[in-house]
Design a binder for this molecule. Structure first.
Ligand code: UDP
Length: 357
């Protein structure tokens, strides 16, 4: 049977990390189509990346209509299930740990229940096996469920392979260590051509996880602490702000952030140029921990844990938690050091994924 890939995605990190696979599928003249689940709908979180990577339009677009939580997930599942019934692809590709990833894998599993073994759609999970071991994080639950639902688990390194081994997921699933497509997203940019600024007197900040921004008082304290630390260390803070984070900043906090420059989220080339230029990164993002590692940029992860443990072993990514004294110690540590990391994210990742099936 001729393969036909259905790629289910929507959020910023999914577009960035699936783009290299889509590029290989196009080059090989493979049949594929997209389902856009509408999880990220803001132009700067979604369409800007479609345009930048010159992706073809999604064949199916789920209109989110302000649905959230269980209402979003249940309607999205139904939507995907209807498309799968109509299109009958041979493979579904999902990436990472979002609600979109979960909806894609679960809707396919439900579709498959009425099918014979031969008719079942194969589910591919890209970036499988990551674990923060913190089940308070919705993403951790999504990762575990999707790993259980998928047929092919593509893990970045031996470390995530062992996570799956401990959960007895190696058999009967096909688990392959392939690296992480983020390395290809970056190399596709041709890093030498990405403009950098001579002014590197700034810390680059991104925050969006519920555990960081949803408690307004905790979040305000964190911002004021960061402002204090920037002042003390004679740096500014550049903060491309995620739409969900923007809604959480109190006006009375905002006026006190005199070391902050807050800007809208930027496109990928612009973000990587900021990453290359800044003194260090402060973030609660998953993907940015990896990009900092690859680009030898010091990273302070403003969380209590990370599922990207492999980026911490070289001490170029420090998981500081939220306490001012720990963040300060991490800043001091990095201001005195240069970072040189090995390549742990592999190469030809997309080709390895597609030749494994
Ligand atoms: N990113 C971007 N513009 C921005 C901020 C981030 O292009 O203004 C990119 C960044 O390079 C990384 C990805 O978005 O590849 C990370 O997305 P996010 O932090 O939203 O998600 P996570 O990785 O935590 O799932």
């Amino acid at each position: 049977m001729k393969t036909n890939f259905c790629i289910i995605f929507s959020t910023r990190p999914e577009i960035i990390k699936l783009f290299p696979i889509i590029k290989v599928l196009s080059k090989r003249n493979k049949k594929f189509f997209f389902i856009n689940t509408g999880q990220h709908y803001d132009f700067r979180m979604h369409k800007i990346f479609y345009n930048q990577f010159k992706l073809k339009k999604a064949k199916y677009n789920f209109k989110r209509n302000k649905l959230s939580g269980i209402n979003y997930i249940s309607s999205c599942l139904k939507f995907i299930n209807n498309v799968l019934n109509k299109e009958n692809p041979t493979h579904v590709i999902v990436q990472g740990d979002t609600d979109t990833t979960l909806c894609g894998a679960l809707a396919t599993n439900i579709h498959n229940r009425k099918k014979t073994k031969k008719e079942k759609i194969k589910i591919l999970h890209v970036e499988a096996g990551l674990r923060s071991f913190d089940e308070e994080m919705p993403e951790e639950i999504n990762r575990k469920l999707v790993d259980n639902l998928s047929d092919y688990l593509f893990v970045p390194t031996n470390f995530e392979f062992n996570n799956l081994k401990k959960e007895n997921l190696l058999n009967p699933k096909k688990v392959k260590i392939v690296g992480n497509t983020i390395i290809e997203s970056l190399t596709n940019l041709n890093l030498k051509k990405v403009p950098t600024s001579k002014n590197n007197n700034f810390f680059l900040l991104t925050l969006h996880r519920p555990e960081t921004v949803d408690d307004i008082n905790k979040f305000s304290k964190l911002l004021l602490d960061l402002n204090y630390l920037a002042k003390k260390n004679e740096h500014n803070i550049l903060f491309p702000i995620h739409p969900r984070t923007k809604k959480k900043i109190l006006k009375k906090t905002l006026v006190k952030l005199d070391k902050f420059k807050i800007i809208n989220p930027v496109d990928y080339i612009k973000f990587i140029s900021l990453l290359l230029s800044c003194k260090l990164v402060l973030t609660d993002s998953g993907g940015i921990q990896e990009e900092s590692f690859i680009l030898n940029k010091p990273c302070i992860t403003l969380r209590n844990n990370t599922e990207r443990q492999i980026t911490t072993f070289n001490k170029s990514n420090i998981v500081s938690g939220y306490e001012k004294s720990k963040i300060e110690k991490s800043i001091q540590y990095f201001l005195k050091r240069k970072i040189k990391n090995p390549n742990i994210f592999g190469k030809n990742v997309s080709k390895k994924i597609l030749s494994a099936i």
